[in-house]
Design a protein around this ligand. Structure first.
Ligand code: CP
Ligand code: NVA
Length: 298
């Protein structure tokens, strides 16, 4: 039987996503570590890029569930020396129970999924970051209830996070306003998917009006470091500050997947202010991914 994968948020149905979010909250509120459904199971974690939250949450989640995780860097494995992805996927999956990958190219994750005999999880690619959306959507549910029918505003780069927000809008049925400078909008392959729910703006304040959740991310993602200066100029009118938060609804939340640059994409006043839920959001990576691991591996 083919395993279930999580290469994209769209690998889940709306119902499955809601089930995982509710289960994440339940697991978060369960004290004690007696529940060990993954006893003896191993998750291989391939990291081509840096990580704090993703690595710690998956590794800790596996330990909580009685299993363990292997940290694999291309530098120390044959992956970095050109061993074919297909061969690597077949070999690694013959020994472990699940594989999580954070890769430069989205295709690496989908190729792994094609050839793996165990579930493959996308821990961030250049195109998508679905695990972060599990945490963000869990956080909204905890603070404000069902996101269905609400308005979410993404301000900044139409990047991997933005693409996964488009998928979330489709699955959870919310309105998504996206404000980005010209040349930095989400890829049409993503934006066109959810035309009925997504509205593209060039003006950040217009996009923030009547919003229930304001979200942003860094202006230069991992791998785009050399574009930093160019992007600082392009994105200068897309900073989340008091003016943006005032344009949104009074009870709007602020989220950021982190790491953040205070004074660039968001002011310190906002990210450290009363509407910001960045730390529960970060902690929820653990709970949401435990629910995902249970869904895929048990
Ligand atoms: N938000 C997120 O994925 O964080 P890390 O890069 O630290 O894993
Ligand atoms: N867009 C960012 C997210 C980091 C968690 C990046 O890809 O670097």
């Amino acid at each position: 039987m083919k395993p279930r994968h999580f290469t994209s948020l769209l690998d889940l149905s709306s119902e499955e996503l809601r089930q995982i979010l509710n289960r994440a909250i339940e697991l978060k509120n369960t004290k004690g570590r007696e529940y060990q459904p993954l006893k003896g199971q191993v998750l291989a974690m391939v990291f081509e890029k840096s990580s704090t939250r993703t690595r710690i949450s998956f590794e800790t989640g596996m330990v909580h569930f009685g299993g363990s995780a292997l940290f694999l860097s291309p530098r120390d494995t044959q992956l970095g020396r050109g061993e074919p992805l297909q061969d690597s996927a077949k070999v690694i999956s013959s020994m472990v129970d699940g594989i999580m990958l954070r890769t430069d190219r989205h295709e690496t994750v989908t190729t792994f999924a094609q050839h793996s005999s165990v579930p493959v999880i996308n821990g961030l690619t250049d195109l998508e970051h679905p695990c972060q959306l599990l945490a963000d959507m869990q956080t909204y549910l905890e603070f404000r209830g069902d996101i269905k029918g609400k308005t979410v505003t993404w301000i900044g780069d139409g990047n991997n996070m933005c693409h996964s927000y488009i998928h979330a809008a489709q699955l959870l049925d919310f309105k998504l306003n996206i404000a980005s400078p010209i040349g930095y909008h989400p890829l049409p392959a993503y934006a066109d998917l959810a035309k009925d729910r997504v509205t593209l703006f060039s003006n950040a304040i217009e996009a923030a009006k009547d919003s229930d959740l304001i979200v942003t991310d860094v202006w230069a993602s991992m791998g785009q470091e050399e574009e930093q200066k160019l992007r600082e100029v392009a994105f200068k009118d897309y900073q989340i500050n008091e003016t943006i938060m005032k344009a949104a609804n009074a009870d709007a939340l602020f989220m950021h997947c982190l790491p953040a640059h205070r004074g660039e994409e968001v002011t310190a006043d906002v990210i450290d202010g009363p509407q910001s839920v960045i730390f529960p959001e970060a902690e929820n990576r653990l709970h949401a991914q435990k629910a995902l691991l249970e869904f895929l591996l048990v």
